[in-house]
Write a protein of this length. Structure first.
Ligand code: NDP
Length: 315
């Protein structure tokens, strides 16, 4: 069988987006390897599709689009069709010039061995050439390149990642189409209620990256607020539904309207993370989970603070 059935949300362009995606970023520490090698992501994507995931989140910068493509192409053609899957990838910071967007997407498609992606996102509003000097291209021009990519049918839907509200407003004020998706960090410690209500008002679907935030002690920095995965109040909620704490967290994010992007390379966790649609949290559970929102960001990308398009609060 094909595992769990994942519900969808409607994008403002009329297309459907599955409400959970598999993440494929291996992190900055790829066990000392400069370039990810091997087949671990390919295997994870295959397990994910078998478990019921229909949405895969990747990016040119993750350097594993080839693995995602091999898994997707191995799974489609029989009962499962290309149009049953939703593939998201992202434009890297070194291709922000208007005329660089379509060629960058073509390169991603070549690596993915696909004719189109379902969603193409500007990864960051910050431009930076490959020699690490800043590119001051206006992201409004980059967005025009994204619109051209959509017009050419290379991306069915287009959106942005790591943009703040003012930056999205500027795209709209320039008379350009509204991004269908905003992908930003969302987890228990960074719930971003104002940004979510802004996006709801504009009909923008929010994808939430790093959905587990700091709940795993192995990933939590020393200044990260609670909770951890063994927090008694969370363990109690999970026990009530015979679910795990990570499942409770993901279900909460779906409940607040977010498409979470849990990453795992572990078969049992991949299966566990998508198995969140056969129970529901009570208002009381959600009220408790809301109290963990501390405005704490795990990926502030402070190294780009001096760029005029840096999107987050500076420190
Ligand atoms: P996540 O919050 O998804 O955490 C991933 C970690 O959690 C891995 O170490 C994984 O381990 C572990 N894990 C996953 N599920 C479980 C579970 N059920 N129980 C215990 N441990 C678990 O972090 P990411 O930062 O990877 O974010 C997710 C995705 O979001 C990325 O992969 C990427 O696709 C996207 N992203 C986008 C960004 C952007 O700028 N747009 C920035 C950052 C992320 P293991 O793999 O060993 O199983």
């Amino acid at each position: 069988g094909y595992g769990v059935t994942v519900p969808t949300l409607k994008l403002l362009d009329g297309r459907d987006i599955p409400t959970i995606a598999l993440g494929t970023w291996l992190g900055n520490n790829t066990q000392g390897r400069v370039e990810p090698v091997g087949t671990e992501v390919e295997q994870a994507v295959k397990w994910a599709i078998d478990a019921g995931y229909r949405h895969i989140d990747t990016a040119f910068a993750y350097k594993i689009e080839d693995q995602v493509g091999r898994a997707v192409n191995a799974k489609i053609g029989g009962e499962l069709k290309r149009e049953d899957l939703f593939i998201t990838t992202k434009l890297w910071n070194d291709a922000h010039a208007l005329d660089a967007v379509v060629p960058a997407l073509r390169e991603s498609l070549r690596r993915l061995n696909l004719d189109y992606v379902d969603l193409y996102l500007i990864h960051w509003p910050v431009g930076q050439f490959s020699n690490l000097t800043y590119d001051y291209t206006d992201y409004v021009d980059t967005w025009k390149g994204m619109i051209e990519a959509k017009k050419q049918g290379l991306a069915k839907s287009i959106g942005v990642s790591n943009f703040n509200r003012q930056q999205i407003d500027r795209l709209i004020e320039n008379g350009l189409e509204t991004p269908a998706v905003l992908q930003v960090e969302i987890n228990l410690n960074l719930q971003q209620p104002e940004l979510l209500s802004y996006c709801k008002e504009k009909n923008i679907i929010v994808m939430g990256y790093t959905p587990f935030g700091s709940i795993f002690p192995s990933k939590a920095k020393s200044d990260a607020p609670p909770p951890r995965v063994d927090e008694p109040a969370l363990v109690e909620i999970a026990r009530k539904y015979e679910k795990t704490v990570p499942q409770v967290v993901l279900r909460y994010l779906v409940d607040i309207g977010v498409v979470p992007i849990p990453k795992s390379l572990t078969k049992s966790r991949i299966e566990q993370n998508v198995d969140i649609f056969d129970f529901s949290l009570t208002q009381q559970d959600r009220d408790l989970l809301k109290t963990y929102d501390k405005g704490y960001r795990t990926i502030p990308q402070l190294k780009w603070q001096s760029h005029p398009c840096y999107p987050f609060e500076k420190n």
